[in-house]
Ligand binder design. Structure first.
Ligand SMILES: [Zn+2]
Length: 165
């Protein structure tokens, strides 16, 4: 429900039912599988901030309308203070909630990434999974030079032994 795929028309998005339109601006502003939605920590943080902004502004709007309609006297300072107090009071619960959402998002991103890697593997073979061919070549060449150096040193040791004999 709070997963990274809220950046596209997905199951996460559909689960919001009547409130799914909340995520439309989020979808419009982010590319699917972009770092800002699928990246570790930043993805969940951005979604939490986004939802807080949307819900907060709507609550504010509702309160203002109610104030006008019912002619209620609203003490904004007391509202703000009580909200701040409850935030501090439930800090650990919020942290646990955030951690849970983050874990879910991470597992999703991981499965996304491995899924696309598997597709690339099926298309191009092992080269599609590796970041680039150049790095692999460089590694191999450095290994071979090391080996030749080692064998050379072994040879020199042997010749030295032969000389002793
Ligand atoms: Zn995804």
């Amino acid at each position: 429900m709070f997963g990274p795929d809220l950046d596209i028309y997905s199951r996460h998005y559909q689960r919001w039912g009547w409130f799914r339109w909340i995520w439309l601006p989020y979808q419009k502003s982010l590319r699917h599988r972009s770092f800002l939605s699928h990246g570790p920590i930043i993805g969940t943080t951005l979604r939490v901030i986004y939802l807080c902004c949307v819900v907060g502004s709507f609550t504010l709007l509702m309160l203002l309308i109610m104030q006008k309609l019912l002619n209620l006297q609203w003490n904004w300072q007391i509202t703000g203070e009580s909200m701040g107090r409850s935030l501090i009071f439930y800090a650990t619960e919020f942290m646990a909630l955030f951690l849970g959402m983050e874990l879910g998002a991470m597992s999703h991103s991981l499965s996304d990434w491995s899924g696309s890697a598997y597709k690339r593997f099926k298309k191009k073979g092992i080269a599609g999974v590796l970041p680039s061919g150049k790095i692999k070549k460089r590694k191999v060449s450095s290994r071979t030079t090391r080996q030749t150096r080692r064998s050379r040193s072994r040879k020199s040791v042997k010749t030295a032994e032969n000389k002793k004999i």
